[in-house]
Design a protein around this ligand. Structure first.
Ligand code: GUN
Ligand code: ZN
Length: 459
């Protein structure tokens, strides 16, 4: 990993107490009692942004130094912060745009809105709103598209620096099939990406993703340049879309008739490998999934977006086939996605799996939203679970957030059922607090940036 990864926490030590749930492994491949940790009364001790102790309160509480505040959340669930593996911060303003499938939706709404990010002030305003929404929803890491303009990338990372969040993002590359004002060229796209990568990759907790939008909006020359840039900086990320809708598939076939499949376009230009994150993959064939497995690339499953645009049903069990496993995370895909909430996204993933006749339990969906997402982003050595040595990005969930939730939660007989109820009924209302590198970045009653106010004892 590149330099600059130390978490520069602005806090000293704190301790959290509550019902902790987290993972030590992948419940798609092991019985959940082997990989899912459920500690009804847990202590998480944090020093300088890193978890230093984690376990049952009654075994560990004597290790909490006298001067350290204990933020106690009785009846609340502590989890690793959510990981959104595919989102467009520049589409925050066009969430809930009526009536079209992918290509028309891009032309009618997305390409109009993204032109506004030519303006640094507008970019900064939207970045602020976007980060507020992430933290209000308990999402502490995201992999985001920016617009084609470098200003939009600087605004994103400036905001991330202010919040001390671990983020990945990049300037979108497009040199055809979009409005003139949104196009770069092979050379400009390469040069701007390189400059932004050098500025932001490894700055604070941030990383850079080389971001060709998707095969139809890049010429072969631009895809080749993106592959060359990745070769020059192999520790960066690649972020794009693949095989989302059937009309898109047909379009790619007509643009790249010499390639054997959609995925083969990216493979040909050296854009597949570990830390290549492909959004959607709804219509990937068996041979394409085989290539994903071989190249160790990741798929961001974005169920609310796929449902909203009518793109199709991603088959998570196929992607997680133990004989050819692929890294899978969950993505909101705002603004085609309909909610910033990863709980809601887990609920949508359940419904998609149900339509595929293979319902997914809440242990698996929580894995995808936390450690699975971190693995899909190759960040699981730092984030994605509550464990000693990991960065203290933590969400506190309130199972009694609404009258109906209180009633329903009272009937839950297991943590699995409780998590399922939260995924189907929960959203930002359920998020009691969000901690970023051990500091309270959001509190439902105190608001954003509430790290200055730190009451002790029961909350
Ligand atoms: N494919 C290419 N661009 C986009 C985008 O902005 N959103 C979605 N959902 N799919 C895309
Ligand atoms: Zn997308």
């Amino acid at each position: 990993m590149e330099a600059g990864h130390v978490v520069s926490s602005r806090g000293g030590s704190i301790a959290l107490r509550g019902h902790a749930v987290t993972f030590t492994g992948d419940p798609f491949y092991a019985p959940s009692n082997e990989v899912f940790l459920d500690i009804p009364d847990a202590l998480v001790l944090i020093e300088d942004g890193i978890i230093t102790r984690f376990g049952p309160w009654n075994e560990l509480h004597h290790l909490v130094p006298d001067h350290v505040d204990v933020e106690h959340y009785p009846g609340h669930v502590l989890s690793a912060g959510f990981v959104d593996t595919h989102v467009h911060y520049v589409q925050t303003g066009i969430i809930a745009a009526f009536g079209s499938q992918l290509i028309d939706w891009l032309n009618d709404y997305t390409f109009v809105e993204e032109q506004r990010f030519n303006d640094a002030a507008y970019s900064a305003e939207m970045a602020r709103l976007f980060f507020d929404e992430l933290l209000r929803n308990g999402t502490t890491t995201a992999l985001s598209f920016c617009a084609v303009y470098p200003e939009s990338v600087d605004a994103f990372f400036d905001e991330s620096m202010r919040r001390n969040t671990r983020m990945i993002a990049g300037k979108v590359l497009m040199d055809r099939n979009a409005p003139e004002a949104l196009l770069d060229t092979v050379q400009i796209g390469y040069d701007q990406s390189l400059e932004l990568l050098e500025r932001w990759h490894g700055t604070g907790r941030n990383h850079y993703a080389i971001t060709p939008r998707f095969a139809p909006t890049s010429t072969p020359g631009q895809l080749e340049a993106a592959g060359a840039l990745w070769k020059l900086h192999p520790d960066a990320w690649v972020h794009t879309h693949v095989s989302e809708s059937l009309a898109e598939l047909a379009w790619v076939k007509s643009l790249f008739p010499e390639r054997s499949s959609y995925l083969d376009v990216y493979d040909h230009y050296g854009l597949l490998g570990r830390r290549a994150v492909l959004a959607h993959g709804v219509h990937l064939s068996g041979p394409e999934r085989h290539i994903c497995h071989q190249r160790e690339c990741s798929i961001a499953h974005c169920p609310s977006s796929n449902n909203f645009l009518g793109s199709g049903l991603f088959h998570v069990q196929q992607a997680k086939d133990p004989s050819e496993p692929i890294h899978v995370g969950l993505g909101t895909d705002i603004g085609a996605g309909t909610s910033f909430s990863m709980l809601t996204t887990m609920g949508e993933a359940y419904k998609v799996a149900a339509l595929n006749s293979s319902p997914m339990n809440s242990i698996k969906s929580l894995f995808l939203a936390t450690l699975g997402g971190a693995r899909a982003l190759d960040l699981d050595d730092r984030i994605g679970s509550i464990a000693v040595g990991k960065e203290a990005d933590i969400v506190v969930l309130d199972p009694n957030a609404t009258p109906l939730l209180r009633h329903r939660s009272a009937r839950c007989v297991s943590i699995e059922e409780q998590l399922f109820v939260l995924s189907v009924m929960g959203d930002d209302r359920v998020v009691r607090a969000t901690y970023v590198a051990g500091e309270r970045a959001y509190d439902r009653t105190l608001g954003m940036g509430s790290r200055e106010v730190r009451p002790t004892g029961a909350l």
